[in-house]
Write a protein that binds this ligand. Structure first.
Ligand SMILES: Cc1cc2nc3c(=O)[nH]c(=O)nc-3n(C[C@H](O)[C@H](O)[C@H](O)COP(=O)(O)OP(=O)(O)OC[C@H]3O[C@@H](n4cnc5c(N)ncnc54)[C@H](O)[C@@H]3O)c2cc1C
Length: 410
């Protein structure tokens, strides 16, 4: 069932929005469309300067308590509703401030530690995360475990007061500048695959951890391969119960679905496209006009889906299939807008760098658009969710849920 839509702020949300806006007006400059990088990967680059600027901004947000607002007050938040947290994300997007590198920590890792961490873990990690002192990453995917995450093979074996980690993670966003990772590892291969997994805080500076950045087609490195070669972590780094890591991971994934509701509905990219049509004197071309009208309409419908996700969050806390529909729609829209920009510029649209037409924003957008179709659950996985939860189709058959993990072919 999809939730009913409610477009308006509640009185509490309106008051919250006004307060956020006042603070942002005093502390940041509005975003200028012409300067915005259009790739969804842009805010996650690995330039030292950008990361340093993000740390400074995060510290300012924390000081004013405008970060992690939906965390409970005792952990540094404001105990705000999830709907208010969405209002904050929406407002911040309108300002020219560094974003990205703290997103995983604030939206996903913090809430997981709050739900499952020990008081000692909460006291040690949450403050530095909020204040921008320590960046976190999420050590989930492996070469053989992505959509089927519970197939993971990296293992953690208890040895006295420590666990010894071996194996490999991949596509780990930000590991090369993160201090810690929240990781899931196999601790019991003799039970079915979802049951023998445990979750740990992983110190990325520990001996035996090797981080290799993966360089993308645009030259930047967003994610990494992370290797564990008898890396030791204290047993006190276990988050939740031993072998119960799938439950912990589900909390993180649920919060990832909430984070999906904070995604940009590509408004800036469309504004950039319309501006490009005028600048290139293509705005009278009927083919270009038709493409713009089509993308504008799809953008508006996507905005409505975004409103639907917000309503679901306001009513139930976590979006259901609406989140999958929004993710799918945003990925398609992002690709279509980027492709239209490249097409409008002709061959020059494929160039990158400051000297390229429109500063190379369109080729970068087109290259980055693939990420949205894969990260946070692929298009096919979103379609499976919609098939099962909206269309009522039968669940995907699975033959490996109730047999010991050790017996599964690899
Ligand atoms: C930008 C980005 C950032 C990421 N950041 C992180 C991170 O920080 N930490 C982390 O752990 N991971 C991260 N990932 C990894 C991401 O979660 C996985 O890439 C994703 O879940 C898909 O897994 P996979 O790459 O193993 O592909 P696979 O699961 O192997 O999928 C391959 C293909 O098969 C299709 N497929 C798979 N299963 C099904 C099915 N049941 N039904 C129909 N089709 C199916 C998929 O749609 C896809 O087309 C990131 C990925 C991207 C792109």
């Amino acid at each position: 069932m999809l939730a009913a839509m409610d477009f308006d702020d509640s009185p509490a949300e309106a008051a919250f929005r006004a307060e956020v806006r006042t603070w942002l007006d005093e502390n940041a400059e509005p975003r200028v469309e012409a300067d915005v990088r259009l790739s969804p990967m842009a805010s996650f680059g690995d330039q030292a300067e950008a990361i340093a600027a993000a740390r400074v901004w995060q510290a300012r947000l924390a000081e004013a308590r405008w970060t992690g607002v939906h965390w409970p007050a005792e952990h540094g938040g404001r105990g705000a509703s999830l709907a208010e947290a969405l209002v904050l994300a929406e407002e911040i997007r309108r300002y020219d401030v560094p974003g990205g590198v703290f997103g995983i920590g604030i939206a996903m890792i913090g809430p997981t530690l709050i739900a499952h961490g020990t008081p000692e873990q909460q006291a040690r990690y949450l403050g530095p995360l909020l204040r921008g002192e320590e960046i976190w990453c999420q050590l989930w995917s492996e070469p053989d475990a992505g959509s089927d995450l519970a197939n993971l093979r990296s293992r953690a074996v208890r040895d006295g007061d420590e666990f010894v980690l071996d194996g490999q993670k991949v596509w780990t966003s930000g590991a090369h500048y993160a201090r810690f990772g929240l990781g899931i590892f196999r601790t019991d291969p003799d039970v079915p695959k979802h049951k023998g997994i445990s979750c740990f805080v992983v110190d990325l500076a520990a001996p035996g951890v090797t981080i290799r950045p993966l360089r993308q087609i645009n030259g930047e490195a967003h994610f990494n391969e992370v290797y564990f070669d008898s890396a030791r972590i204290p047993a006190a780094n276990l988050v939740g119960e031993l072998h119960d890591g799938w439950r912990v991971a589900r909390t993180t994934l649920m919060n990832e679905r909430f984070a999906a509701g904070t995604m940009d509905s590509s408004g800036f990219a469309f504004a950039a496209l319309a501006r490009l049509a005028r600048a290139a004197e293509r705005d009278a071309d009927p083919v270009v006009r038709q493409a713009l009208a089509r993308l504008h309409s799809i953008g508006r419908v996507t905005d409505l889906t975004n409103a639907r996700v917000r309503s679901a969050i306001a009513n139930d806390g976590i979006p259901g299939a609406e989140g999958s529909i929004l993710k799918l729609a945003l990925a398609d829209l992002g690709t279509a807008v980027a492709d239209a920009g490249v097409a409008m510029l002709g061959p020059g649209g494929l160039l990158t760098g400051a000297g390229a037409p429109d500063a190379g924003r369109w080729s970068e957008a087109a290259m980055g658009a693939f990420a949205m179709h894969i990260g946070g659950g692929t298009d096919a996985i979103q379609r499976n969710i919609i098939g099962e939860r909206v269309l009522g189709l039968p669940r995907e058959p699975s033959t490996d849920r109730n047999v010991p993990f050790r017996t599964l072919p690899s």
